[in-house]
Design a protein around this ligand. Structure first.
Ligand code: ZN
Length: 177
């Protein structure tokens, strides 16, 4: 069976273990004085020059509800990447979400015998995944299986269910001013 020749200039996406390792390293920079539960996340963004990796760590606040999860910190950084490939241009003056192929997360303070549930992303992050990384492969440190959005958030709420899918139906295009 012939093998495809890949350009040496285009870096490959790191494998599962490498992405999880990056998430563990990112978690070491977490600001988590209240929970003392450090989490790191790795997000792989598609760019014209190959996959680009951004990381995030959780940032807590004395007003607990204002804490930011590692997953959302990394996704926000991914959105800010100027060279990210963005699948559609629905609004002339607004960038659309970047193409995200993989998300990895690691809770480095979870005890070795911690339940799987305590290592999984929270509901708020899953809703962010539904909007920003619906086609990503998800790696959760300690979870034996690679996951999809359907595993994490089946029947996810979406304001526009087909917003990310371009259509040939020109009547569906946005009005211009
Ligand atoms: Zn979260």
């Amino acid at each position: 069976m012939p093998t495809a020749h890949k350009s040496p200039k285009t870096p490959a996406t790191p494998d599962r273990e490498s992405l999880l390792t990056m998430a563990r390293v990112a978690a070491q920079q977490a600001y988590a004085p209240h929970s003392k539960f450090r989490v790191g996340a790795t997000v792989v963004v598609r760019t014209a020059r190959g996959p680009r990796i951004v990381t995030g760590a959780n940032v807590e606040n004395a007003s607990y509800g204002l804490a930011l999860c590692a997953e959302r910190a990394a996704l926000a950084a991914a959105c800010a990447l100027p060279d990210a490939i963005r699948p559609t241009e629905r609004f002339a003056r607004m960038a659309t979400a970047p193409e995200i192929s993989h998300v990895a997360l690691a809770c480095i303070d979870a005890p070795a015998d911690a339940s799987l549930a305590s290592r999984m992303p929270c509901g708020a992050c899953r809703q962010w995944f539904a909007e920003l990384a619906p086609h990503a492969t998800y790696y959760v440190d300690g979870h034996p299986r690679n996951l999809t959005l359907a595993d994490l958030l089946p029947d996810a709420f979406q304001l526009e269910p087909n917003a990310e899918r371009p259509t040939d139906d020109t009547s569906a295009s946005q009005p211009t001013r």
